[in-house]
Design a protein around this ligand. Structure first.
Ligand code: ADP
Ligand code: MG
Length: 249
């Protein structure tokens, strides 16, 4: 097993460091000895076969899953403070018959006002501001259950960006999105991370986007197998073993 790590320290730049991380469900070890380092402003893709532990690792970072090891964050002026994280979970589903609109969804998440009182004018303005970040103001009155895969991801992304996080965590944002939509969404994520200087950690099974969009790729398969540039990881023996790819590239 060969691991690639970025050399050197970060000084005062914000970053996420994970050291010797392990997670168990009962007696079953899902992964152990995971080490990784996400630098501020980076797009990091987490790949691996189904059941490899990708979602579990994201939940540990989010504080939703118990773990052993160290998850540390440093940022200018606030070392090791817990960062603000935005999260879009894997495959959320909404009932197509549910009357909940995009505006209602934001209002439920962002205010204590009972939903049956409707969305106030000031909240509607705020929702439009949020949707504007993902070029989706036209979706404000659509019912959430009727959105296409790409539209739903944009709405959930807008929700995860309010308030603006330090780290944006996306679990398989490209599943259920058509080929054209995948490039639109990836271009948007690229634009967002540059504009707001945030780090993005996302899981994906779409390896075609890695060379263009990812700064680092981490391959997990019940532990971390390799971390490096897209070219390094996609050409590695660990990648071929994990995905049963025969022969060379
Ligand atoms: P991935 O996201 O890489 O597909 P997961 O992190 O969802 O993988 O799951 C890793 C392993 O942990 C799988 O074998 C899964 O069945 C198991 N697992 C996930 N959540 C739980 C849970 N709450 N209790 C027990 N086992 C779980
Ligand atoms: Mg998963």
């Amino acid at each position: 097993m060969k691991l690639f790590f970025h050399g050197g320290g970060c000084g005062d730049a914000c970053c996420l460091r994970i050291q010797d991380l392990s997670v168990k469900y009962g007696e079953t070890c899902i992964f152990e000895h995971v080490n990784l380092h996400v630098h501020c402003g980076e797009m990091v893709a987490l790949i691996g076969p189904n059941g490899a532990g990708k979602s579990t690792l994201l939940k540990a970072i989010l504080g939703q899953q118990e773990y052993d090891g160290v998850i540390a964050f440093s940022s200018p002026g606030a070392r090791d403070r817990r960062p603000r994280m935005g999260y879009v979970p894997q495959s959320p589903t909404f009932d197509p018959g549910d009357p909940l609109s995009v505006a209602d969804l934001f209002a439920c998440c962002m205010s204590k006002r009972p939903a049956f009182l409707g969305v106030s004018r000031s909240m509607r303005e705020k929702v439009l501001e949020c949707l504007d970040r993902v070029h989706a103001t036209d979706l404000i009155d659509k019912r959430v259950g009727t959105l296409s895969g790409g539209e739903l991801q944009r709405v959930l992304l807008a929700l995860a960006l309010e308030p603006l996080p330090n780290i944006l965590i996306l679990d398989e944002p490209l599943s259920g999105v058509d080929v054209e939509g995948i490039h639109t969404l990836m271009d948007m994520l690229d634009e967002i991370r540059k504009e707001y200087d945030l780090s993005i950690l996302m899981t994906t099974h779409d390896f075609s986007i890695l060379p263009k969009y990812a700064d680092q790729v981490i391959l997990m398969d019940h532990g971390m197998k390799i971390q490096g540039t897209p070219a390094e990881v996609l050409a590695s023996d660990a990648f071929r073993t994990a995905f049963h790819v025969k022969g060379g590239q």
